[in-house]
Design a protein around this ligand. Structure first.
Ligand code: GN1
Ligand code: MG
Length: 347
């Protein structure tokens, strides 16, 4: 594929560096943006992204948050790599194409490795320690400087209401297909009530809000963490969301859309919890946070199931899908993970 449009956008950014695109290829994996790897003539690599403005309605705000975080972390000598946006010679970090699509470009962080699944439990330990470090470095970040890139993103009550609404207005055929999973999800509503009870006691901190496995860049040996990327959703919330989402993504057996015999890896969970408290946040955690990590994980997995199922029911408006029942399969996977975790941690 020639990718004329992507090439010309990337070339516009690269004018700043006095170079041009050599090759450009699609990067798979994300569910939201369209990403491309740009190989430039100056032997450097970049990641070009078409921003999904259906999800991030104000991309300028996302860019501003990222720049503030990068500046803050670099002043504090944060030991991991930060995201570095490239601007065009006019100083713009976002370029709009003729159709109004917004684009941005980052310097690629390499050589690094992206994992689809955890292959050694120590990877979960290292990544959790890195998340702990990320939280600790941002502990004194002036929270009022961050603007929420997706209003309601962390609001579980809203997620539940949106799900209930999706069930009500569902495409009839899809509703029939989802009947069993709807009944099961409904039976677990209690998890959200329990989470709501502790919520007022949870400290507000700066969180990543998307610490899934693919957002951790490992060194080429797959051992050490080089960077925690995708800062689009950095916002103010509870770290239980981050730890929970990390558990959701790291402990998953197989892929996010595939059903198999078992879905939740308990050995990884153990390493992950240990990694987080071996990191600097151990000195800052409150008792309420410490005692409710698994409740947070259950709530996040449950909410992710609600989100995938809601999107299935209303006709795939949010997540990228490759076929008709993709979001349904994703939702089933979350439900299975949730039920296995509940079996492991009966309260
Ligand atoms: C989306 O950006 P990406 O594709 O890594 C989503 C997350 C979900 C995740 C599930 C902004 O993440 O909240 O947990 O998919 N991001 C947004 O894989 O909705
Ligand atoms: Mg993301």
């Amino acid at each position: 594929m020639n990718r004329q449009l992507e090439r010309s956008i990337a070339n516009d950014f690269l004018r700043t560096l006095g170079t041009r695109v050599r090759r450009i290829s699609l990067l798979k994996g994300g569910l939201i943006h369209k990403s491309f790897l740009v190989d430039a003539m100056n032997d450097q690599y970049f990641v070009l992204q078409g921003v999904n403005t259906n999800v991030f309605q104000n991309p300028n705000l996302v860019v501003m948050n990222q720049q503030k975080i990068a500046l803050f972390l670099s002043h504090k000598n944060y030991p991991k790599s930060c995201l570095q946006l490239v601007s065009n010679p006019e100083g713009q970090f976002l370029i709009q194409d003729e159709k109004g699509q917004a684009w941005r470009m980052f310097k690629a962080i390499y050589p690094t490795k992206n994992l689809e699944n955890v292959t050694q439990v120590t990877q979960a330990f290292e990544a959790a320690k890195a998340l702990s470090e990320f939280h600790a470095y941002l502990i004194d970040f002036p929270k009022q400087q961050l603007q929420n890139s997706i209003p309601g993103f962390l609001d579980f009550d809203k997620r539940w209401k949106d799900y209930k609404h999706a069930v009500k207005v569902a495409i009839p055929y899809r509703f029939t297909q989802a009947k069993t999973i709807i009944e099961k999800l409904d039976s677990h509503e209690e998890i959200l009530n329990k989470y709501a009870e502790i919520l007022p006691e949870l400290p507000l901190r700066v969180i990543h809000a998307d610490p899934k496995l693919s957002n951790f860049l490992f060194d080429v040996k797959g051992k050490e963490i080089v960077a925690l990327i995708d800062w689009d959703t950095i916002m103010v919330g509870s770290i239980l969301y981050d730890i929970g989402d990390m558990i959701r993504s790291f402990c998953q057996i197989g892929t996010e859309d595939r059903h198999q015999k078992t879905h939740f890896n308990a050995a990884i969970l153990k390493e992950l919890l240990s990694g987080y408290i071996h990191g600097p946040m151990n000195d800052h955690l409150t008792d309420v946070e410490r005692e409710h990590i698994l409740l947070g994980a259950k709530a996040v997995i449950f909410v992710q199931g609600l989100r995938f199922l809601s999107d299935y029911l209303i006709g795939d408006q949010y997540y990228w899908v490759e076929n008709e029942d993709h979001n349904l399969r994703r939702a089933r996977k979350q439900l299975s993970m949730l039920e296995e975790l509940m079996e492991l941690d009966k309260e």
